[in-house]
Design a protein around this ligand. Sequence first.
Ligand SMILES: Cc1cc2nc3c(=O)[nH]c(=O)nc-3n(C[C@H](O)[C@H](O)[C@H](O)COP(=O)(O)OP(=O)(O)OC[C@H]3O[C@@H](n4cnc5c(N)ncnc54)[C@H](O)[C@@H]3O)c2cc1C
Length: 430
Amino acid sequence: MTYAVIGAGPSGLAAARNLQRAGIPWVGYELAAGVGGLWDIDGPRSTVYESAHLISSKRTTEFAEHPMADEVADYPSHRDLLAYFRDFAERFDLTSGFTFGAEVVAAAPAPGGGWTVTVEVDGVRTEHRHAGVLLCNGTLSEPSVPTFPGSFDGEVLHTSAYKSPRAFTDKRVLIIGAGNSGCDIAVDAVHHAASVDMSVRRGYYFVPKYLFGKPADTLNQGKPLPPRIKQAIDTRVLKLFTGDPVRFGFPKPDYKIYESHPIVNSLVLHHLGHGDLRVRPDVRRLAGSSVEFVDGTGSPYDVVVLATGYHLHYPFVDPALLQWEGRGTAPDLYLNIFTQADPDLFVLGMIEASGIGWQGRYEQAELVASYLAARRTNPAAAQALDARAAGPRPDLTGGYRYLGLERMSYYVNKDAYRSAVRAEIEGLTS
Ligand SMILES: Cc1cc2nc3c(=O)[nH]c(=O)nc-3n(C[C@H](O)[C@H](O)[C@H](O)COP(=O)(O)OP(=O)(O)OC[C@H]3O[C@@H](n4cnc5c(N)ncnc54)[C@H](O)[C@@H]3O)c2cc1C
């Protein structure tokens, strides 16, 4: 029987490739018309926009076995990345293993063993038996939409629905939230809108894309420094390069650098310094054509953009199988991959981390494939992993104290995480 790979984004392609390498039969189901995941701007669940580029640089992001060409930019656009994933899938003959335009609407353990996966294509549902399932359906597609007191007469848009700044032409725009997408959209908007404000709750650390003439994330790639030392050095380097965001109206962060996902953006502070952008405090209420802020000020707007992030979303699987208490929390999985409920159910790509790249996701897939292979060739090693998966969770924070936010509930430190995954792979394959 085959394993079902759900999704053909970077994680699904990594899953397919690693199952193939281990000689484990698989088939894939993908809702979109082709591979590439959210990097295909035309995909129904894609949340990239016309100006989207990588925020991690290509060498720290690419699959190791398929480096990007030298002529590709350091921070490629979504178009380049879609071409890259198509190329990867073709090179390893993965594309033909997927059914496209196929939405998985249910996946459940089958009474006689294995799994039943229900797939909808052109409105027609069919059931398929599989040995197990690998959930690779992404983490950044299901919008988290906050509610505010009052009502707003203008347009309200979540970043998931944003594609082009032309929608802002001559409009007064308020962006709520200053995560990476919110900052990209603010930078887009200043060239089209009548005015652009950003409402923020907390302070942020802004990491420029280049430091000392090199992509910032390619520096200091050796042995990881202890958190306190790295935080002290990088805070100082940022002060020297980008200055203090408080000068531009941001609140002072009430946490240390790397305790939340950093904002990789060289242009927000530039535009604040040019008066193209304004920082506003948290929203108190929506008041017709205006928005009131907690400091008692208010302004009229035409468009409000909710840059308020995403919820994890596994709607086709019983949350109990994932030990998942639902919104605001993350499934409780060993290494963010293995469930305790079913040895043939795996989650891939449910990691957020600064600098983990697609190679980090590839290694997750390599671990799952190694585990499935070991169940045949090295059952003792596979059972030892099962025992660890049922035990206490290892510390994957790398010593950083992450903020207690929903999007940080599945956050890991890339060095701690990758070394834990690699240790498991070695244990299964040695
Ligand atoms: C603007 C933006 C910038 C980013 N920048 C970076 C970066 O610089 N570096 C980085 O590492 N990451 C970045 N990311 C994170 C991004 O999520 C990952 O790069 C990567 O796309 C995750 O891959 P994935 O395969 O897990 O998920 P996705 O790429 O989201 O792919 C999931 C796939 O599953 C499919 N699917 C969903 N539900 C179903 C279903 N029920 N049935 C069948 N198919 C389904 C979807 O159609 C999709 O094709 C960025 C994200 C955004 C939005």
